[in-house]
Design a protein around this ligand. Structure first.
Ligand code: SF4
Length: 477
């Protein structure tokens, strides 16, 4: 799956090895050429600082500070459960996935998730309202229905459900039948995210994902009037402007309230199975940009609103409403209208964000399980953020969510003079201003419509941690 990114910090994988930006000498003539000049590796900022900067070698003092922050947290809760299993591997997959046909593995995995809930409930109050519950993977619905239900009921009995709650689940349409969808509804899920990626037979054949529009339609229709997302991907073998347009048209007929449009990240040095795509040929940077821009135009033409860097939503969707109000935020879950929550993650590779701290779980099931056997959280890396991190996080998340920063609001919130504090960064924005991508006034830094396409590059200007790790990032455009 490729949505709800809690446990898959998309800051980690890279689409290309780091390279210098393209030469800036020749004046570009089209918007696409302007944007193409900014294509370079960079974080996707599902958090700031980004995941590669969480420390595996945290000091005792830092561990104690993290423990204190967890113990004294008071914000309402979001809870994430990561299920790493899938039945077959899609060749484009960049997630941390375990391929397994034996559903019996899920029995023990759910047992361990429930044990982890109890470990974490000993570290931070669980009697806070649970506003958001999210299941991601892998394929959450790989779990046998009875194990899935057992896990949800265990969560329910250990937490205090908020009145205004969002329970969301990633669903691989190939993994569910009507009975499984009915169970999800009965359990209380009220937002669904369907991983589709593409519907063209040749593309699906190349990526090893057997999927037809009929099963996607059946799964989406099963949710009735409830809102659902569909994830699409561009940059796959055999995708052309025509095949992509046909896929999008078919998907729009299903009536999603949101769509995610992710660029395929080719990282065969990390994900060897992706080599299998190379024999089909992959679109180059120019073709990728064309695919993205064409998809964007088609979705905007269909009445959707562009949300952040890779989402689209109906104008009445909560994300679109929040964006219009300048209240859209971003975290490991992607875009959110609930930035006030403490995010507690369970399962391998889950990342928690609680009261100014980040903690990242072990990625391998045995390591994760070992920690639980000792009654410990399975945290392998952590970070206790500084006030400067929090200030820069607010700036970067405003850029990523709202494509603008209100200088006075940030200044008042953090007790700084924005222009003085960020004098160097504001100077670095000059090329963006010259290219018509950013405007800077006394009150605001704002991206133009075209500038929104390079928002990651603009955010990088405010990132003090950039370059302090060996992380390889995906291309910003
Ligand atoms: S369904 Fe495919 S893309 Fe999604 S996590 Fe599993 S292997 Fe990866």
């Amino acid at each position: 799956m490729t949505s709800l990114a809690t446990a898959r910090p998309d800051d980690v994988p890279a689409a290309r090895a780091p390279s210098a930006s393209q030469p800036l000498d020749a004046p570009p003539t089209t918007p696409a050429e302007v944007i193409a000049r900014y294509a370079r590796p960079g974080p996707r900022y599902t958090s700031y600082p980004t995941a590669p900067h969480f420390r595996a070698d945290a000091s005792e003092a830092e561990r104690a500070a993290v423990a204190h922050a967890w113990a004294t947290a008071t914000a309402p809760l979001a809870l994430y459960a990561h299920v790493p299993y899938c039945e077959r591997r899609c060749l484009y997959c960049g997630c941390h996935v375990q391929i397994a046909r034996d559903r019996g593995l899920g029995v023990r995995y759910v047992d361990d998730l429930i044990r982890e809930l109890d470990v974490l409930a000993g570290l931070t109050p669980f009697d806070r309202p649970l506003e958001l519950l999210a299941f991601g993977g892998g394929t959450p619905t790989w779990l046998a229905p009875e194990d899935f239900a057992r896990l949800v009921r265990a969560i329910d009995t250990r937490t205090a459900t908020a009145r205004d709650r969002e329970w969301s689940v990633e669903v691989d349409p190939r993994s569910v039948d009507d009975a499984y969808m009915a169970l999800l509804l009965e359990l209380g899920f009220n937002r669904f995210s369907f991983g589709v990626q593409d519907l063209n037979a040749e593309v699906m054949q190349a990526v090893g994902r057997k999927q037809g529009v009929a099963e996607v339609r059946a799964a989406t229709q099963a949710v009735g009037a409830l809102p659902f997302n569909i994830d699409l991907m561009y940059g796959l073998p055999h995708q052309t402007l025509a095949t992509q347009a046909a896929t999008i048209a078919q998907v729009l007929e299903l009536g999603p309230s949101r769509l995610a449009l992710f660029g395929y990240a080719h990282v065969p040095w990390m994900k060897k199975h992706q080599l299998g795509l190379e024999r089909h040929g992959l679109p180059d940077d120019h073709a990728r940009l064309e695919l993205y821009l064409a998809a964007r135009e088609q979705l905007l033409g269909a009445g959707y609103v562009a949300i952040g860097i890779d989402h689209f939503a109906r104008p009445d969707d909560a994300l679109a409403v929040a964006q219009r109000a300048g209240q859209l935020h971003r975290n490991f879950m992607g875009y959110t209208v609930r930035p006030h929550l403490d995010l507690v993650a369970t399962g391998v590779s889950g990342i928690s964000q609680v009261n100014g701290t980040f903690t990242a779980n072990a990625k391998d099931v045995p390591v994760w399980r070992d920690a639980l056997d000792r009654g410990q959280p399975a945290w392998q890396r952590m970070l206790h953020t500084s006030p400067e991190d929090q200030l820069r996080s607010a700036v970067i998340m405003d850029l990523m969510g709202n494509f603008a920063v209100d200088k006075a609001a940030i200044g008042a919130r953090f007790g700084v003079d924005f222009d003085q504090h960020f004098a160097e960064e504001l100077a670095q924005l000059a090329p963006f201003v010259a290219d018509g991508l950013v405007t800077e006034t006394e009150d605001r830094v704002a991206l133009s419509e075209l500038g929104a396409l390079v928002v990651r590059n603009v955010a990088m200007v405010f990132d003090q941690w950039l370059g302090q790790s060996q992380a390889r990032y995906s291309r910003t455009v």
